[in-house]
Design a protein. Sequence first.
Length: 309
Amino acid sequence: ANIAINNQLYEEAFAIFKKFDVNTSAIQVLIENVKNLDRAYEFAERCNEPAVWSHLARAQLQQGLVKEAIDSFIKADDPSAYIDVVETAHRTESWEDLVRYLQMARKKARESYIESELIYAYARTNRLADLEEFISGPNHADIQKIGDRCFDDGMYEAAKLLYNNVSNFARLAITLVHLKEFQGAVDGARKANSTRTWKEVCFACVDSEEFRLAQMCGLHIVVHADELEDLINYYQDRGYFEELINLLEAALGLERAHMGMFTELAILYSKYKPAKMREHLELFWSRVNIPKVLRAAEQAHLWAELVFL
């Protein structure tokens, strides 16, 4: 048979291999020499051996026939080419077929890569119930990494399940913001308890005019003197003066209230609610930055308050 191949007598070589049941070599002749995948498929169907299906599957994959290749790999029960299969399926966006392949592969090899890609394929096919069931059982997947991939690709429902599973509350909060689940986002921010997360959730709530929730977040931000200016600018730039004043008024009673808060509230009163400025100064004159408030009172022509200070 090999002599026949060397002399380009491919049909003869195929006939010899077939007669002596060297089926893997026979299908190789059809694939590599005759270059006829249809005949190779018919031959694989006839002899139905795993090794033959594997040869066919790899050839189909090289030709970009993803569905056919995956069918053949499943018949061969062969997960060995999983990296090539995943990469090709990603390129051709054959997510449903990839799920079938990875389900087979997972039974044979408990690799972190296989399980992670299966979760991602579940997300891509929107099979969230399967995804949830998978991650709630024992697995070797890199759930955090797949959560980040789902988030970056805008699959927020899947990302929500994944971040929840690994208790990454900071990322969960931001994911819930994208899903417009603001109450959940505030709860997530509370668990994450980082200033950056509080800010992201607060600003998202402001953008969606969820001012009650924005204020809940804001109370955790204004106590940090270096974050106060950002917060004030965010509200002011969008014209939400009333809501900003309400937030700072609510924050004055906090244990960690600092001079910056009393000062900025005085300046806001001078611009938007001059009638409230005098009372504020009588109560808190010792806790404001007097030179700053003097300048604000002067700009607003609040002479009585200026004299008082």
